[in-house]
Design a protein around this ligand. Sequence first.
Ligand SMILES: Nc1nc2c(ncn2[C@@H]2O[C@H](COP(=O)(O)OP(=O)(O)OP(=O)(O)O)[C@@H](O)[C@H]2O)c(=O)[nH]1
Ligand SMILES: [Mg+2]
Length: 350
Amino acid sequence: MKLGIIGKPQSGKTTVFNAACQMQVAVGDYSQAVHRSIIKVPDKRVIELAELVNPKKLTYAEMEILDAPGFSGKGKEAAGIEISEDLKKMEALMAVIDGFSPDCNPEKDIQDLIDEMIIHDQTVVESNIIKKEKKMKQVGDKTVITEINLLKRCLEQLEGEKPLIEMDLSDDELKLIRGYLFMSLKPMLIVLNIAEDDIPKSDEIYAGLSKFVSDSKRELAVMCGKIEMELVGLEEEELKEFLKDLGITTSAVDIVIQKGYKLLGLMSFLTAGEPEVRAWTIKKGTNAQKAAGVIHSDIERGFIRAEVTSYNDYIEHKTPAALKAAGKQRLEGKEYRVKDGDVILFRFNV
Ligand SMILES: Nc1nc2c(ncn2[C@@H]2O[C@H](COP(=O)(O)OP(=O)(O)OP(=O)(O)O)[C@@H](O)[C@H]2O)c(=O)[nH]1
Ligand SMILES: [Mg+2]
């Protein structure tokens, strides 16, 4: 999963990046610097399976986080903003909103960011409608008609000052416009970056902004990036104690992972062999054959069957032989919809 951090200058993007990625890069230098990090998705199931299987290696699912400048904070007045290709390629966005400075205005800043995305996408749509119409006239290429009509519908939406993600688009339509990497089409986690003193009021603050997350395409989180950044480097247990004393129930790392998974409808399945016990990320509803493809395209192509046990059964019965004896190992075909925590052995032939 790839998550891109956005926000107006000095909103605490890099501070939250440090907190979420357990990094210690410089903040507050007005540098608008780009940072990238890959975090491991903590999963106690990997550790517990490893205790049974004794593998050479443990591998967790990963999440890539990009801290990228580009937004001006000027909302509708932001004409011609440049957004880097790297940021456009992210699957979801994490908007860091200033909730700590004395004169902050989170509601305005959230709306400004959304407006800025809309304006950016509108420019892309307009220029592409012109391009495609030209192409249609010049070479009489009618295949672009569907695309032009779809772009026109997008334009209507954007002119109505609404993000593309709120449109009702079919999978085919989404595929058709995927290449444009529209910003307002990306699901978004809004992170309100609050001051240390406001931590006890987190729930109240969350409730005040909940209107921005009325549907499943946006998530909201309230955190104090600065405090959590200062705790980077502590051992897990120590960190938990500190956070508890501060009244923080979920760490920045966990919030970003949990909300990111939810936002993109992701889940994990596991593989458990002697070389490696590993967690893999897939979209909910993925079938067994497609899930195999996440491991290797050969396994997807040559898919024969999946031998599936649930994580809980695995922990209870401990070995493949015992699982089989207890009737807890199922043979599933291509179309089986993988469940969170399934432990799978794929049989394939290429
Ligand atoms: N008090 C307080 N200050 C914060 C918090 N988060 C960030 N800051 C301060 O705000 C300033 C900007 O933080 P950065 O994380 O560098 O912000 P940024 O959005 O990455 O800035 P640019 O990349 O330059 O756009 C720094 O001086 C931080 O210490 C917070 O939660 N509380
Ligand atoms: Mg920064």
